[in-house]
Design a binder for this molecule. Structure first.
Ligand code: F6P
Length: 313
């Protein structure tokens, strides 16, 4: 089914769609709880004060930065869901153990408000989530049982996969998520590119790749927010996002657990690819919570070209 917002007579909501995926009730519940939490996050993003953590507001109350506040909102919901044993967040230095017995329970790794500094300048931001069975937080992204992101833009959209395609839901006036695009698919190549970091710090191969993209007429589309930038590529169904190794920053910037694994899972599920330049992102065995990695993610042929040029230098 492919339907534009407002065009369906019977709108399919997120819970109903999840129930059709043949997954455990616990996983349905967990994903719905995250969707619920995102309603409070968008409320904080839209109306919360743009405070800095540790400072006071007009009334002398301690103010939380939006990313810290979003982290608390989501963590609380995860803890109370009853189906999560382990939580790791981009905002926390340590693993948060909810239950020691992990039987039938999930580990959730998330970035509560990716690109949070963009809120100050009124650009789109997002929440990114990765879900695994059991309590091992340092496993390959390929083991994810679900990945999703919520994009807080002019509209709020929720894009998820439980390994059976990628589906987009849009928040309606009742704050319910209803299906707007089912089985999102990537074309083999496209003319959009989204390059992170500073170009004068790129290696020779990546610089050549950028020139190749320019020569083929690709348009630059980069806001500095991973969720909106990748969402554009996924929803247009073509193009490439990259955050390569930079001179002095061989691991690039983006974090494997909280940003790259969930996005790579979604991209592969849509028929695209994601690599660090050598191996698929989903096959990297993480060694630490805050591990970073270079990334090339998007249409398979474009990602393949990036690897080819990368190997040339
Ligand atoms: O990791 C946070 C983040 O804001 C991502 O959302 C985004 O893709 C990236 O950093 C942008 O980094 P830069 O400004 O270095 O291109």
């Amino acid at each position: 089914m492919h339907s534009e917002p407002g065009s369906t007579k019977f709108q399919i909501d997120l819970r109903r769609h999840l129930r059709q995926q043949n997954i455990s009730d616990n996983l349905v519940h967990l994903i719905c709880e995250i969707a619920e939490a995102s309603k409070y996050v968008i409320n904080a993003v839209r109306t919360g004060e743009l405070g800095v953590a540790g400072t006071s507001n007009l009334y002398g109350e301690e103010q939380l930065a939006l990313d810290v506040l979003s982290d608390r909102i989501i963590r609380k919901r995860l803890v109370h869901s009853g189906v999560v044993c382990t939580i790791v967040s981009e905002e926390m230095d340590e693993i948060f153990q909810v239950h020691t017995d992990s039987d039938g329970l999930y580990t959730v790794a998330y970035d509560p408000l990716d690109g949070s500094s963009l809120v100050d300048v009124n650009l789109a931001v997002g929440t990114i989530v990765s879900i695994y069975e059991g309590n091992d937080v340092l496993q390959c992204g390929r083991n994810q049982v679900a990945a999703l992101y919520v994009l807080y833009g002019p509209r709020v959209t929720f894009v998820y996969s439980v390994g059976k395609g990628v589906h987009e839901f849009t928040m309606n006036h009742l704050m319910e998520f209803t299906l707007t695009r089912e089985n999102i698919r990537m074309q083999p190549s496209g003319k959009i590119y989204s390059p992170g970091g500073q170009r004068n710090l790129y290696g020779k191969g990546v610089e050549k790749f950028v020139r190749y993209l320019e020569a083929k007429g690709s348009k630059l589309r980069y806001s500095g927010g991973l969720v909106p930038d990748l969402n554009q590529i996924l929803l247009k169904g073509k193009g490439i996002f990259m955050y390569p190794a930079l001179n002095g920053f061989p691991e690039g910037k983006l974090r494997l657990l909280f940003e790259l694994n969930p996005m790579a899972f979604l991209m592969e599920q849509a028929g695209g690819a994601a690599t660090n330049g050598c191996i698929p992102i989903l096959d990297i065995k993480p060694e630490k919570l805050d591990q970073r990695s270079p990334v090339f993610i998007g249409s398979t042929e474009d990602v393949g070209k990036a690897v080819e040029y990368g190997n040339e230098s």
